[in-house]
Ligand binder design. Sequence first.
Ligand SMILES: Cc1ncc(COP(=O)(O)O)c(C=O)c1O
Length: 376
Amino acid sequence: MWQVQLHKIGYDEKEYNAVKEVLDSGWLTLGEKTLTFESAFCDLLGYDTKCLAVSNGTAALHMALLAGCIGKDDEVITPSLTFIADQNVTMLVGAKNVLADITSMDDWSPDPDDIEARITPRTKALVIVHYAGFACDMERITALCKKYNLFLVEDCAHTPGADYKGRPLGTFGDISAFSFFANKNIATGEGGMVVTRYDELYEKLRLMRSHGMSVPSFDRYKGRAASYDVESPGLNYRINEMCSALGIVQLQKLDDANEKRKKLVKHYYNRLGDVPSVSIPYRHFSRGKPNYHIMPVLLSESVERAKAIEFMKNAGVQTSIHYPAIQNFSAYKDKVNPTPKAEYVSAHELTLPLYPTMTTGEVDIVCDALIGALQS
Ligand SMILES: Cc1ncc(COP(=O)(O)O)c(C=O)c1O
């Protein structure tokens, strides 16, 4: 149906073999592959991180707020331009979402000044997102957390391989949450990683992931224990071995895949840099190495976005929007504060196709379709 899809899985025989190995092994959930995946992820991040693979990024975010003891009567400052999981988990633990606006039309990261202006005596946690794999201003954000004693959660769904001034994203938060959803830089279908540098939080998260049980099923399968205690109430947010096996391979491919994304994005910049009615965020980014998770552009007010999307669809090009305004969702109408800059971006942003196996010829098809849409 599409000439150019928004995203494409780039698996080869390595992923097929990794999953086959699991299927042949006789053990499908949280076992050796998961331990290997976690250990490789710790190596990727460094900074003495402890990593637990979980069922998805939302589970990781939910666990982060629960482990931070965030609940009723607390306020959590969350990003205004993000996937709704940040707000959903906040709402579901019983806390109030207070949205922080983005910084500018060029920098769509949560604005430290706006964050500070929204802090009240009830603010207990701050959730940040590194949009498209571009680091937030971590110097300002960590300083704010220290000053106001805030529990920091990094939503790292977009960040594998990206850093802030050389330090990997995911190593700043009290807890960080990664997603390995099908379109992510590490794609395992479903999957996530919850990360912390603190032993006490790690122990809480480890128990929470699997029903609060002192001994995982794998240890009983291996004959290392016969029974278990339940040390605290928990959930089942375990990852399965097939996803962990995919994660190990995807992690090995990450640097190369991110490099390919970078080249494609440069080609987009060359093609679209001077096109009237199109601006590209983060063009002069200097806070670290991005991983180019997605390719967002901002259309000018004179462009009817819905028409442009339809024109591009007819040209065989799939697009998306990152992200619709939270204020417009039924569940959040009148429950969250306005964030004018993010709402403007939500109304005019368009996400173009980007994935490591894309060709520059496919980038040209997308750009031609977009330029055609703007001229139509
Ligand atoms: C910014 C952001 N946060 C959280 C999530 C949730 O991750 P998952 O889909 O793995 O639950 C996503 C994934 O789409 C995301 O893009």
